[in-house]
Design a protein around this ligand. Structure first.
Ligand code: 13P
Length: 245
């Protein structure tokens, strides 16, 4: 039985004061949830968020990290630095990072390996553009991202994958539950081809893209969907309705 995991990706929103306000609102509402709950605030709010989530079920995640421990990488933050403040999850290969910061599958793979080595849970994102979906190339895109981004991983069942079709992110346009489930199925099949069916049966796959209180229930009822990675709807009190679906 796979434990559901619902994560909020705050993206580049919420300064430290706003983060504290949001945590004050949400911690009492989701701190005892029966699903695994993760908040991914911006770097500058991580330490405070870890402190405020103490003694709750909420885990704190970063939205990116570097795969090297330290060195001349101006502006970057290492996994070790995140670990030192109690961060236990990290979102990797989000489509916005791939698009605006040229993040490659190879970099995602190095980061995922590093996160696991540090005992952190990587949430590895994949997903196709609208053009790829319309031209029938969605499956190839997702399979390719999984094969390259998740190669050579010893403990694959510790990884969480987030399938986020780019055309559904921030657009209000959710993939239908059938489309979302089918694509999460492509991810699971690919994991099975790489690591065997037992591993594929254990790995958790989230759907992301305009998830909100109104659609979470039907998405979570689908066989291949084990959770959600939520952007806009994770920034308000009603995120509690997503978590406690
Ligand atoms: P929205 O929920 O705002 O569509 O964002 C999805 C997302 O990109 C989460 O990582």
């Amino acid at each position: 039985m796979r434990k559901a995991i619902i994560a909020g990706n705050w993206k580049m929103n919420m300064d430290i004061n706003e983060s504290v306000d949001l945590m004050n609102t949400l911690v009492p509402l989701v701190g005892n949830a029966s699903v695994e709950v993760v908040f991914c605030p911006p770097y500058l709010s991580l330490q405070k968020a870890v402190e405020m989530a103490k003694d709750t079920v909420i885990g704190i995640g970063a939205q990116n990290m570097h795969y090297e421990k330290s060195g001349a990488f101006t502006g970057e933050v290492s996994g070790e630095m995140l670990q030192a403040i109690g961060v236990s999850y990290v979102v990797l290969g989000h489509s916005e990072r791939r698009e605006y910061f040229n993040e490659s599958d190879e970099a995602v793979n190095k980061k995922a390996l590093k996160a696991l080595e540090l005992g952190m849970t990587p949430i590895v994102c994949c997903g196709e553009t609208l053009a790829e979906r319309e031209s029938g190339a969605a499956k190839d895109k997702v399979v390719g991202q999984i094969k390259a981004g998740l190669k050579d991983i010893a403990d694959i069942e510790k990884v969480v994958v987030a399938y986020e079709p780019i055309w559904a992110i921030g657009t209000g346009k959710t993939a239908s539950k059938e489309e979302a489930d089918q694509a999460c199925g492509w991810v699971r099949e690919t994991i099975a081809s790489m690591y065997g069916q037992a591993a594929a049966d254990k790995i958790r796959i989230q759907y992301g893209g305009s998830v909100k209180p109104e659609n979470i229930k039907e998405l979570m009822a689908m066989p291949n969907i084990d959770g959600a990675l939520v952007g806009g709807a994770s920034l308000k009190a009603s995120f509690a309705q997503v978590v406690n679906f």
